[in-house]
Design a protein around this ligand. Structure first.
Ligand code: MEV
Length: 453
């Protein structure tokens, strides 16, 4: 078995897969067959997927679900969600339905600005550079115009450029901090291209300007890159209704008690980072699923959301809740730098369908849809936690997954659902239950762990 190789990327896809199975698996032919079975039949479609990444040997399928009945700003959506975790889509759908009859979700985009930085080290006189900055800024904009002109035609481009003195944190360290408007695109390539052009212009400007001495001519560009922290690309989503219209809940919990417990749960997630992380994870269950389904970058969204959640120095809940004048109000502000044109949104065939399913929204509308889905997810999670507990819903899905693995018949599934209502579900318990229902020759052996494919 060889664990390393040179020239792997030069091998054909089949060659890569063969090398992998022969060197890392005990059952190469079976694994080869299995991984190949996930190649798409349609070669053109497969080529598109392979074009997104490198060294591809197979595809990794994830469930593509939908949560219907999402009323957001009085428009009804069926929200596409890509997620591997059970109960998430069901929870979003249940929350959507709950709020559908209580005014639906409301959302508004607060701002859509993105940020990029040129980080540089310079040993010159900062006040000189500051006084020259109006000229430098003109030059920066002029030289980047070939890159920015199209975006400007669409109403976007470079909004402002700031020269930032960071030398109190690190000797001789400065930044060009740039704000961008990228309209309906996420704009990562656009921002990075502009920043790299700015870096060149900055260097040349200092070299060519006679105000700077020879010892000041040397600018070290450390890096030019967008920031995934975009607190000014912000959307608010909220729901509200009179407390008494919340209805009643499992375990005999009335509306007022529910509202009180719910707000306390949100408050706890503001106070305690351990709870806040889990709380926000629940929000991202919804957010990431839509971000993925629409071909956006969920790592960027997560990085930004968590940074924002810690903006005052402590990691806290992204959502808020209060009851005031008999009204229950639940809301969330979340930064979402997403796009609906360019990148994967236009290339990935299913992402394109997701956008079509959502009536081809622009970036701002998609921001509102994603935020509402995150809020719905959070509502559903907290509702379960403060009423029945989270396991009730999870366990049903867990039970169904186990029954599926054990190839239970529909009759057995129905019996098991009844039997395990209010009982702990485990693989062994389900296997034993099925065995108690089956004749001797159909009993499952103890060695049966998961279905072999
Ligand atoms: C599980 O994926 C998400 C929850 O833990 C979120 C929460 O606790 O708020 C249910």
């Amino acid at each position: 078995m060889k664990k390393s190789i040179t020239g792997f990327s030069k091998l054909s896809k089949r060659g890569k897969l063969r090398w992998i199975v022969e060197n890392f698996f005990v059952d190469p032919e079976n694994v080869m067959r299995e991984l190949k079975s996930y190649w798409l039949q349609n070669e053109a479609q497969q080529k598109i997927l392979d074009g997104f990444s490198e060294n591809t040997i197979s595809n990794y399928p994830l469930p593509y679900g939908v949560a219907p009945n999402f009323v957001i700003n009085d428009k009804t959506y069926c929200v596409p969600m890509v997620i591997e975790e059970s109960s998430v889509v069901a929870a979003a759908s249940a929350a959507a339905k709950f709020w559908m009859t209580r005014g639906g979700f409301k959302a508004k985009v607060i701002s859509t600005r993105k940020v990029g930085q040129v980080h540089f080290i310079w040993k010159g006189d900062f006040s000189k550079l500051q006084s020259k900055f109006p000229q430098l800024e003109k030059q920066l904009r002029k030289n980047a115009y070939p890159i920015t002109q199209n975006m400007e035609k669409r109403g976007g481009g470079v909004v402002d450029i700031h020269l930032v003195d960071m030398s109190e944190h690190e000797k001789d360290y400065y930044q060009l901090k740039v704000t961008f408007e990228t309209c309906d695109s996420m704009g990562a390539n656009f921002i990075n291209s502009v920043l790299e052009e700015f870096a060149k212009t900055l260097q040349n400007f200092i070299i060519q300007d006679t105000n700077f001495t020879d010892s000041e001519k040397d600018v070290m560009i450390v890096m030019s890159i967008l920031s995934n922290y975009t607190p000014e690309c912000l959307v608010r989503a909220w729901v509200e209704c009179p407390v008494d219209k919340l209805g009643s809940f499992s375990n005999d919990i009335d509306a007022a008690t529910f509202a009180h417990k719910f707000c306390k749960a949100i408050r706890i997630a503001h106070i305690d980072p351990h709870r806040a992380a889990t709380h926000n994870k629940g929000i991202f269950n919804g957010v990431d699923a839509v971000v993925l389904a629409t071909g956006n970058d969920f790592r960027a969204i997560e990085a930004c959301g968590h940074t924002y959640a810690a903006r005052d120095g402590q990691y806290r809940s992204l959502s808020y809740c209060k009851t005031e004048d008999g009204k229950f109000k639940f809301w969330m502000d979340i930064p979402l730098a997403i796009g609906t044109v360019g990148g994967l949104t236009t290339l990935h065939p299913i992402a394109k369908r997701s956008l079509e399913l959502l009536d081809n929204p622009g970036a701002e509308e998609l921001m509102m849809i994603i935020a509402a889905t995150g809020l719905a997810q959070n509502f559903a999670a907290i509702r379960s936690l403060v009423t029945t507990g989270i396991q009730q819903g999870h366990m049903k899905m867990h039970l169904l997954n186990i029954l599926n693995h054990l190839e239970a018949t529909q009759d057995e599934v129905d019996l098991a659902l009844e039997f395990f209502n209010n009982k702990a579900v485990s693989f062994t318990a389900v296997r034993e239950f099925l065995n108690s229902q089956r004749p001797v020759d159909k009993k499952l052996s103890k060695a049966f762990v998961y279905k072999k494919t």
